[in-house]
Write a protein that binds this ligand. Structure first.
Ligand code: GLU
Length: 327
């Protein structure tokens, strides 16, 4: 609680700082806020890890970073666009759609978000459908007629659900219930038999998936049919993916699915100096960064600066990548 309050204060200060037009000063203290996701997901600890490394050097560079729990990808992109967040974590599919003004009604209406900037990509996010074993759900097609949490409004999860479900030729009424709880609420709802499955896109291992798998018997459903194969073939931001066997209790075998990449984004509103300091914090301390969450174990610098990114790289990131001889 106390921690939360501190975050809220920092966010307010960040708003004031940006509003006062001080965001380019390198010497004055500069407060930046990173939008993440639910507290039991991987985005929230990702934002926390980035900020911890940035804040290590804050005496020298003056940038002070805080991570905020949010509704997820779409919320983060919209809030960066509104100038109320400096940076955020977002799924690669919604980074692509925001930049191009495609993919969902609200993005089409708003038009291309040409000021959106990619900073780097992080972990892979496979589509995870976690079902109670006694629901009988073994594949994505078995969700018809079931009670499913499809993701909270503002999440990349919910937005990708709509794309996937309609690509399969299905409507909302093909589910018995399309719940929109926040991710943190879903393990209890699943194990209390209020829903049969929850759907989301998340890095592995995720605390929330572990919570569900240790509280009741669950199955990770296979997400691989003709419609999914076509989605992956037709769109650059989707990949086939695997949820590793043995990672979650009761699921010894690999689960075939598809997924996106988690990416770190900002906009042209953030100064080159700020983004440079954030990127430097992560890549100057890369060994330490990789140890900060088990989902980061396989990350490689060379992939992070180009894979799953569709908006142009931010100038501050380019500056650092050039200094390191990576570009
Ligand atoms: N990919 C999810 C979303 O944007 C968030 C996952 C997480 O919190 O780690 O909805």
């Amino acid at each position: 609680m106390k921690f939360k309050k501190t975050l809220a204060v920092s966010a307010a200060v960040a708003g004031l700082t940006a509003g006062a037009g001080m965001s380019t000063g390198a010497s004055a203290a500069e407060f930046i806020t990173i939008g993440t996701g639910g507290v039991t997901g991987v985005y929230y600890p990702t934002g926390g890890a980035i900020c911890r490394l940035v804040n290590k050097g804050r005496k020298a560079h003056g940038v002070r970073c805080s991570a905020e729990s949010t509704g997820g990808s779409v919320y983060n992109i919209n809030t960066i666009r509104a100038g109320e967040l400096d940076m955020g974590v977002a799924q690669s599919d919604w980074q692509y759609h925001a930049y191009n003004g495609t993919g969902k009604e609200s993005f089409k209406k708003a038009g291309p978000f040409k000021e959106l900037r990619a900073v780097f990509s992080v972990h892979a996010e496979p589509v995870s459908i976690v079902a109670r074993k006694d629901s009988g759900v073994k594949t994505v097609d078995d969700l018809v007629g079931k009670r499913v949490n499809i993701g909270n409004p503002g999440s990349g999860t919910e937005a990708t659900w709509q794309v996937m479900w309609s690509a399969m030729g299905k409507k909302k009424s093909d589910l018995k219930l399309a719940a929109q709880m926040k991710s943190a609420e879903t393990p209890a709802a699943l194990c209390d038999n209020k829903i049969d499955a929850f759907f989301w896109l998340v890095g592995n291992p995720a605390a929330l998936n572990k919570e569900a798998a240790t509280t009741c018997d669950v199955t990770f459903a296979v997400v691989d049919n003709a419609a999914i194969k076509k989605l992956v073939a037709d769109n650059p931001y989707y990949r086939t993916a695997t949820i590793p066997g043995g990672m979650y209790r009761g699921n010894p075998n690999d689960t075939k699915t598809f997924g996106v990449g988690a990416t770190f984004v900002s906009s042209t509103r953030s100064s080159d100096n700020t983004v440079y300091q954030v990127v430097k914090g992560v890549f100057d301390n890369f060994k330490q960064f990789k140890k900060m969450h088990p989902a980061f174990g396989g990350l490689k610098e060379s992939e992070m600066i180009k894979d799953a990114l569709s908006a142009p790289l931010h100038g501050g990131a380019v500056k650092y990548y050039k200094e390191r001889g990576w570009m």
